[in-house]
Design a binder for this molecule. Structure first.
Ligand SMILES: NC(=O)c1ccc[n+]([C@@H]2O[C@H](COP(=O)([O-])OP(=O)(O)OC[C@H]3O[C@@H](n4cnc5c(N)ncnc54)[C@H](O)[C@@H]3O)[C@@H](O)[C@H]2O)c1
Length: 342
């Protein structure tokens, strides 16, 4: 694809290759764990971007992440990074810190991409959104799954279709680092965002079934939804499956779209006939690394080329639904290890 304007699987992406008149964007990363290190790597490779530094109280991690870009500095406190007059920052610190760090960045007039979920509570998320709007600061939320090329192919396949139902499975083993949240906030929030995005509607009704089999927090969830425009959806997620699986099935009035988000294969069935026959085809799926596409879109939003792909309001809306799923656990919600029968 030539530099300048191009299409990235459904998004119009103005290439981040800066024109001669465009100055280099000074970007930092706060939090150098798994996500922060990846953000630093991709930012260090993006044209038109200078990775100014990485802030993390863990000096080793900060150094490792910053080491991926020539000249990037290491900070033990994010305030030192902000003082370096950065244009934009990726917030990849633990979720409970998003609220405070985001407000400080917004106060300093720094554009921000906050990792998902935007905050721990809806109120905190709303405060971030309000502060960003008041200060005219660009705010994006890191729902990177929207940039998965297979997800983008599904979205394209749904254009002009009347969606009837969506089924998403996101299962796997326990993460190596146990986080302070359960599967709904950690995993299902990705799919809540996808359901909202595919249907271009808000989720109106929530029917959650959650349980904790091994972990303190919920580690298995079956979530059912009805969107305001009448689509039925469900999410099957857990940390109790020995292998990772991420699949999406969407039934529309005229199509059935099936996607494997890991192998990035997308297939659609179409042309349903009265005799039961139908056509089937594999859809073409791009290869761009989702994080790179997400950061390119963020850079374009910071430069004012386009709106953020996932706005703060959308991040809050998805968090709100995830929290609603947890608010009223079913009476059968179980904590702690189960007894094996027999
Ligand atoms: N988009 C996705 O698919 C995705 C995937 C995983 C995690 N996340 C999100 O990314 C964020 C980070 O998750 P992670 O898995 O990288 O966690 P992690 O535990 O691997 O890393 C967090 C890092 O933040 C650092 N940190 C702690 N306090 C800090 C502070 N005050 N300032 C700066 N850094 C600080 C820690 O030392 C650690 O290095 C979370 O919000 C998480 O929900 C998103």
């Amino acid at each position: 694809m030539p530099h300048g304007q191009g299409t990235f699987e459904g998004f119009t992406v103005a290439s981040s290759k800066s024109s001669a008149s465009e100055r280099i964007l000074r970007v930092g990363v706060i939090g150098a764990g798994v996500m922060g290190r990846n953000h630093a790597r991709v930012l260090s490779e993006l044209p038109g971007v200078e990775l100014v530094g990485v802030a993390d109280p863990d000096a080793g991690r900060a150094a490792q992440a910053a080491g991926q870009a020539e000249g990037a500095e290491v900070f033990s406190d994010h305030k030192e990074l902000i003082a370096r007059k950065v244009d934009a920052v990726v917030v990849a610190a633990p979720t409970p810190l998003h609220h405070q760090i985001s407000l400080e960045l917004i106060d300093a007039g720094v554009a921000l991409l906050v990792e998902k979920p935007i905050a721990t509570t809806v109120e905190q998320g709303r405060e971030i959104v309000t502060a960003a709007a008041r200060n005219g600061v660009t705010l994006a939320v890191g729902h990177v799954e929207r940039f998965n090329p297979a997800v983008q192919a599904v979205k394209q396949a749904l254009a002009g279709e009347e969606i009837l139902s969506i089924g998403i499975t996101r299962v796997g083993p326990f993460p190596p680092r146990m986080s302070d949240v359960g599967v709904v906030i950690d995993l299902a929030v990705h799919d809540i965002d996808l359901i909202r995005w595919f249907t271009e509607s808000e989720i109106a009704e929530v029917q959650p079934q959650i349980s904790s089999v091994i972990a303190e927090r919920e580690d298995i969830a079956l979530l059912q939804f009805r969107t305001a425009n009448g689509v039925l959806a469900h999410i099957n997620t857990n940390w109790l499956t020995p292998f990772k699986a991420r699949t999406v099935q969407v039934a529309t009035r005229d199509k059935y779209v099936m996607a494997d988000l890991l192998t990035r294969t997308v297939t659609e069935c179409f042309g349903f006939q009265k005799d039961g026959s139908y056509g089937m085809r594999h859809l073409s799926v791009g290869h761009t690394e989702p994080l790179r596409a997400e950061l390119m879109a963020f850079v374009d939003a910071v430069r004012g080329v386009k709106q953020p792909a996932v706005t703060g309001e959308e991040g809050v809306a998805s968090l709100e639904i995830a929290i609603r799923c947890l608010a009223d656990p079913h009476p059968a919600f179980r904590r702690g290890p189960r007894k094996i029968a027999g």
